[in-house]
Design a protein around this ligand. Structure first.
Ligand code: ATP
Ligand code: ZN
Length: 508
């Protein structure tokens, strides 16, 4: 039994790290400054006698070449030094083969949680579903959840026998079974599902708001989220707070009695919620999104500069130095800007996609090639191109493959993949191919300017992600004529630039 009837808990949170262990070129965010800030917050809490938990809403992986090429080792080790108590497993934790995720679990001195990822056959948990954390006499249950969209957007090659089940039901049964055998003071869901205002998740799987609304009262006290990569700040009307900017006040969402919090992305902010717990009743006494060395448009820090922590810098510097050395130097030249923005590559045919597909076609000797637009993650600026620039475009280490098949089979395939709508990651980018697609009907298919012949043989380049069913593309990996290679998309683009530069954008 606790000695005081009134207790206090400070919940600190971040989400969607995406490889940002180091600060950016402008000196914003980074784990070293975050360490200084979190140490300060821990000291302040200790002086007031508050318990502290530090949680992450997941997606530690993918986004910064220096991190990606070291499989986020600096990020997981940095989080361990920061003293994270637990994190949610995000969809991007499946960007690498599962043995990499196992390695990451070893680098982390805290649990990677997900209660709704199960093995297909026996429905057993594939990952630790929850953690019980004891802080100053408080028992805090933390349950992890991962967006069921992971099954659609992550790399099917790596998902093996995993299934992503509906979160609400499993969180209720998990919390019930914890409560049956333990006294718990606070129940937190640490999720990677996205916050969608008023539960309008659009084409995405339902997120935190739907979860809060669909569970029995008193299942959860709060949700610490991620995935939609936004500062969750709500105005007095319950709408998204359009006034929020770094350094301004922020109030979290509250749905069905459950607080929902998210701290934007990349460690730009540390979220800090202080709760009073009195006779089992929790009151939120303060909330803040604390900027971590964020700058305004005049290149000035929006709040007092946070000196990076020396111990964290010493831990991370060797990874940063190694990464920089690997990535610097020019591998080619482009004479114009190649637009890889989301609003381009998921909506219309793009020159950058043409370059990428030409590189893949030439690597495997294909007649034409396809990729899904969502796989292009960055633009390329005019001028010298470094390997780092290429890895920003291609962070996923997908391998390039060749598919040889007959025109009739190919036509069936094209009927599906040409129909993926704009604005979806699946949207088809192609080269060496042309067609009409009107009212759901494919016609006039040409390969290299020649009408498709149902009896002829064709060679198509495609990456392993789409070939194995990524983005809902039909899986072709078990068909005759499928030949995987060990070359990654980034290696292939690098090689093409090395041998074909200068690239003339107008000729793509
Ligand atoms: P998050 O919010 O978790 O960072 P995200 O940015 O990946 O997710 P979206 O912006 O919706 O989410 O992008 C999903 C799209 O990214 C997929 O539809 C697919 O086109 C692409 N994608 C994801 N993983 C891979 C992968 N391993 N290889 C190639 N493309 C991928
Ligand atoms: Zn995500």
């Amino acid at each position: 039994t606790p000695s005081h009837s009134t207790q206090y808990l400070t919940v600190l949170h971040t989400n969607d790290n995406h490889g940002r262990f180091w600060h950016n070129e402008k000196g914003e965010y980074g784990m070293a400054a975050r360490k200084t800030l979190i140490d300060q917050l821990r000291n302040q809490a200790a002086q007031k006698g508050h318990a502290v938990v530090l949680l992450s809403g997941g997606d530690i992986n993918t986004g910064i070449p220096e991190s990606d090429l070291q499989f986020a080792e600096p990020d997981f080790k940095g989080m361990s030094l920061l003293g994270y108590d637990a994190m949610a497993i995000g969809n991007h934790e499946f960007d690498n083969p599962l043995h990499v995720l196992e390695k990451q679990q070893q680098w982390a001195n805290f649990p990677l949680l997900s209660a709704n990822i199960l093995h297909t056959d026996d429905k057993s948990h594939a990952y630790q579903p929850y953690a019980l954390i004891n802080k100053q006499g408080l028992t805090i249950a933390v349950v992890g959840l991962t967006t069921p969209d992971t099954a659609k957007i992550a790399n099917p090659e790596y998902l093996g026998d995993l299934v992503f089940v509906e979160p609400a039901e499993i969180v209720e049964s998990t919390v019930a079974s914890i409560k049956a055998s333990h006294h718990v003071d606070v129940v937190i869901a640490v999720t990677h599902m996205g916050h969608y205002h008023d539960a309008n998740s659009g084409i995405n799987a339902p997120g935190d708001v739907t979860l809060a609304r669909s569970i029995a009262p008193n299942t959860l006290d709060m949700i610490i989220g991620g995935h939609s990569q936004e500062p969750v700040c709500i105005d007095s009307q319950g709408n998204p707070d359009t006034q929020f900017a770094p350094g301004k006040a922020c109030a979290p969402d509250k749905q069905n009695g459950v607080w929902i919090m998210q701290a934007h992305e990349w460690g730009k902010y540390v979220g800090k919620a202080e709760f009073k717990i009195e006779n089992g009743v929790k009151t939120l006494i303060s909330y803040e999104l604390i900027p971590v060395n964020l700058k305004n448009n005049n290149d000035e820090y929006v709040s007092e500069y946070i000196e990076p922590d020396a111990q964290m810098k010493a831990l991370l510097q060797p990874y940063q130095t190694y990464g920089e050395k690997k990535l610097k130097g020019s591998v080619g030249f482009v004479d114009g800007y190649l637009d890889g923005k989301r609003n381009t590559v998921r909506f219309k045919q793009s020159k950058l996609a043409s370059l990428i597909i030409k590189a893949q076609m030439s690597a495997v000797g294909a007649d034409f090639g396809v990729i899904s637009g969502g796989g292009i993650r960055h633009s390329i600026e005019a001028g010298d191109v470094s390997y780092k620039d290429i890895l920003k475009v291609h962070p996923f280490k997908n391998r390039i493959t060749l598919m040889q098949w007959q025109g009739d089979k190919l036509y069936e395939y094209l009927e599906t993949v040409t129909g993926f709508p704009a604005d979806s990651g699946a949207y088809l980018q192609y080269y060496g191919l042309s067609f009409n697609y009107v009212d759901g009907k494919l016609s006039n298919v040409m390969i290299n300017g020649q009408p498709l012949d149902f009896n002829a043989n064709y060679k198509m380049s495609i990456n392993s992600y789409n070939a194995s069913g990524g983005d809902g593309y039909p899986s072709i990996v078990n068909m005759a004529g499928y030949k995987p290679t060990n070359m990654t998309d980034a290696q292939v683009l690098k090689q093409y630039l090395q041998t074909h530069s200068p690239i003339k954008v107008n000729l793509l």
